[in-house]
Design a protein around this ligand. Structure first.
Ligand code: SAM
Length: 263
């Protein structure tokens, strides 16, 4: 369903499939720029500028802003209204390698593709100094969750393996037009140093969380049926892990130790 909405300037035809909820609360825009800790000589890549409200604030604080927007109907309006240090790029951030040197990533992300975007950021983390993004609050809680809590899951392990996650602040639906159904939250990812690439580790975590109610040993047995129960328990012991532990009780480091026994 398409619906027209006036954010500022001419009405915009909203596209639900692109997760379009535009920030209209100026104080929130200011707080995002503050939390992103932008300096005058920084380059920023913004994901999804939308109607350009955050883009304009970023441009006032940084040296250069490259803003990537998928919705071709927004491009002309964005280009017309931006200062000279903003470059509007029409494209899908999910398919990009971000060839813009080293930059800070900022964005009020389309919530429907936040998880694949995080995977994209991880793949390109050599270029991304840090990432300050708005996401659904529920997802933010999963990203910061500690082992043993109900929110802790494969996404928590994946992100915390690569990054330290800081929670900025919560943003209520009323700060957006149209209003989303859920609360949002701003978070920042700072990459951990010297982390080795680990696609296999990510798959392993996904498999071992396949059923969070089951004991880890049973999930491992399901993932590695050829090993047999005795060998699975032996390898868990080698990793220094209790054999009756559940997946959500394992910290990221403990997951890594188990992975190293099974890869
Ligand atoms: N930054 C604006 C603001 O805060 O008001 C808009 C944020 S809105 C939640 C998400 C924006 O991302 C929309 O403009 C949408 O069209 C754009 N978008 C959605 N999917 C995208 C993708 N894969 N690549 C680039 N932009 C995307």
């Amino acid at each position: 369903m398409l619906r027209r909405e006036t954010i500022h300037g001419p009405p915009i035809l909203l596209k639900k499939r692109f997760g379009q909820h535009f920030l209209t609360d100026r104080s929130i825009l200011t707080r995002i720029v503050q939390f992103a800790n932008i300096r005058p000589d920084d380059t920023i890549v913004e994901i999804g500028p939308g109607a350009g409200a955050l883009t304009a604030q970023l441009a006032a604080a940084a040296h250069r802003v490259i803003a990537i927007e998928i919705d071709k109907d927004l491009i002309a309006g964005l280009r017309a209204g931006m200062p000279a240090n903003v470059e509007i790029v029409e494209g899908d951030a999910l398919l990009m390698d971000f060839p813009y040197g080293r930059f800070h990533l900022v964005g009020n992300l389309p919530y429907n593709v936040a998880t694949p975007l995080f995977k994209r950021f991880i793949e390109n983390r050599g270029r991304i100094i840090d990432a300050t993004v708005m996401i659904q609050k529920e997802v933010a809680e999963r990203l910061i969750a500690k082992s043993g809590s109900g929110d802790y899951g494969p996404l928590s392990v994946l992100i915390q393996y690569y990054a330290t996650v800081s929670y900025g602040f919560t943003v209520p639906p009323g700060a957006f037009k149209p209003r989303p159904k859920v609360d949002s939250a701003l978070i920042r990812l700072d990459w951990k140093p010297n982390v080795t690439e680990a696609h296999e580790f990510t798959n392993f975590v996904q498999q071992t969380f396949s059923s969070r109610r089951k004991k880890l040993a049973n999930n491992l047995l399901q993932a590695f049926p050829g090993l047999g129960r005795h060998e699975v328990l032996h390898r868990m012991e080698q990793a220094g892990i209790r054999v009756n532990v559940r997946p959500e009780e394992l910290s990221v480091d403990e997951f890594l130790r188990v992975y190293n026994q099974f890869r």
